[in-house]
Design a protein around this ligand. Structure first.
Ligand SMILES: *Cc1c(COP(=O)(O)O)cnc(C)c1O
Length: 230
């Protein structure tokens, strides 16, 4: 089942790239493995999947320790400052930075461990009360502070679009995110390369790719439904 699902997602990514005149190499698939067993990850690894997303620090650390050969771990969920120390040297990219306060803790822990932390700024582009992320109107204020941190590289932006029946309803948000990324990029800010735009989940990754996503985070579409009760 995993292989079929993966093939299906890869085919959709290809189709979306073709439709929008993009090169398929511009889009990285992150398999969101939260709540799923290591055996699923091990199987996907045999199909060449190297990027995995987790939303909980503890789960990322457990899987990091136990996987049979190294893969890239993406922290995609909300990050509390008191947990930064556990993942700063394990996550290849932290997608969910939404305050200078959190970034300064990442800076502190990255310096301690002697690493450079790659981060994305999470933007709450639809201004949903239920979602984390900054208001896009505050982005320059935040980047202006983070750019001074020597152990952090701002690689781009991330958003979690609203849950909608029709993915077309999120197109405007994805478009806004892409425009924001281009605006920031054009300013050539220190330590800020804006090469990554992380947006699109199972329900809407095809639209996200058409609007410029360079990373899509797909869980259910690969692993099937999650069961939070086990
Ligand atoms: C769970 C999760 C995903 C994947 O969601 P699916 O709808 O299962 O593809 C993507 N991004 C974040 C931040 C998540 O927490």
């Amino acid at each position: 089942m995993l292989k079929e699902n993966l093939d299906n997602v890869m085919a959709n990514i290809k189709a979306s790239c073709e439709k929008s005149g993009r090169d398929v190499d511009e889009v990285t698939l992150i398999a969101v493995s939260k709540t799923k067993p290591l055996s699923d990850i091990e199987e996907l690894m045999t199909y060449g999947v190297k990027e995995y997303g987790e939303n909980k620090v503890q789960e990322l650390c457990d899987k990091y320790e136990n996987v049979s050969s190294p893969v890239n771990w993406h922290l995609i969920g909300h990050l509390q400052t008191n947990k930064v120390k556990y993942i700063v040297d394990k996550a290849c990219l932290i997608h969910s930075v939404d305050s200078v306060h959190l970034a300064s803790e990442i800076e502190k822990q990255a310096e301690k461990k002697g690493v450079i932390a790659n981060i994305l700024i999470q933007v709450n582009i639809a201004h949903e009360d239920t979602k984390f992320g900054i208001d896009e109107n505050n982005i320059y204020e935040i980047i202006d502070e983070i750019k001074n941190f020597e152990h952090i590289k701002v690689k781009g932006l991330m958003t979690i679009a609203p849950f909608v029946e029709n993915p077309e309803d999120n197109r405007e948000y994805f478009r806004k995110m892409h425009q924001l990324l281009l605006d920031i990029k054009s300013k050539n800010i220190d330590n800020t390369d804006m090469s990554i735009l992380s947006m699109g989940m199972t329900n809407d990754y095809m639209v996200a790719i058409e609007e410029g996503a360079t990373m899509v985070r797909v869980g259910t579409g690969i692993f099937g439904e999650r069961n939070y009760n086990i």
